[in-house]
Design a protein around this ligand. Structure first.
Ligand code: CTP
Ligand code: CA
Length: 223
């Protein structure tokens, strides 16, 4: 309501948020990962909590602190992230922000791979990781509001629309992560909201402001 600073429109609602990268081990000392600071996902978890939601944040390895007012589950790999997310269902809200590694090595090396002089680098066989957002979006315990992100370096809108459809999401928050935008690892974000109804471009905002607006969008969608 107007001027109601204490409004908790998400009181009684549960939310699960993923954030950060995943690390997929190659051997005991090496891993495959995406670039992600976790700033946007962590800010969204905190924003949902401020609106009264009971929030579980499933975070990959990040260097930023756990957000306030949120239950945090720390994981490393995509498979662990999926298990932790599914364990939180049913939930009212899912916001999948993590930059999940699309692949992991097919057979884990339990010993450190050593350089073999004369043999060249070792071939790495990869296998696809589970798609957490897609699994949640098509789950029989599907949350009422399912939100995904789309990190693109080109064709942001069309790629975002395809992801909305494929993943069974209500909203894709698409952003251009081309290096020249400075979004990856930065503190600001410039996003487009893609829904079945159309596309809405938000101005350049801090990641906290994107989080607050998104939490508001979700609250409106639920009431
Ligand atoms: N996502 C996920 N699990 C994966 C891959 C992606 O949950 N294994 C989620 C991300 O958290 C994000 C959305 O799916 O919310 C889109 O991620 P993105 O990497 O942009 O899309 P992909 O489907 O992986 O396609 P591609 O990387 O080929 O563009
Ligand atoms: Ca991907």
């Amino acid at each position: 309501a107007l001027l109601d600073g204490g409004a908790k429109p998400l009181a009684g609602r549960t939310a699960v948020v993923t954030s950060g990268p995943t690390h997929e081990p190659i051997d005991p000392v090496r891993y495959i990962a995406n670039r992600s600071s976790g700033r946007q996902g962590h800010a969204i978890a905190a924003a949902l909590a401020r609106l009264g939601a009971d929030v579980t944040l499933v975070s990959g390895p990040v260097t930023i602190p756990d957000p306030k007012g949120v239950k945090v589950i720390h994981v490393e790999q995509a498979a662990e992230m999926l298990d932790a997310v599914l364990a939180r269902l049913p939930a009212d809200i899912a916001v999948m922000v993590a930059a999940v590694a699309d692949w992991r090595v097919a057979t884990l090396n339990t010993e450190k791979i050593k350089k073999q002089p004369g043999e060249g680098p070792p071939p790495l066989m990869l296998t696809e990781n589970p798609d957490i957002l897609k699994t949640v979006g098509h789950s029989d315990k599907r949350p009422t509001v399912v939100v995904g992100f789309a990190a693109e370096t080109q064709d942001v809108e069309s790629n975002g629309r395809v992801k909305l459809q494929k993943k069974g999401a209500d909203l894709i928050v698409a952003n251009d992560v081309s290096p020249e935008t400075g979004i990856m690892g930065g503190t600001r974000n410039s996003v487009k909201l893609i829904t079945a109804e159309g596309i809405e471009a938000w101005p350049d905002l801090s990641k906290e402001d994107v989080a607050d607006r998104l939490a508001g969008w979700i609250a409106t969608r639920l009431t």
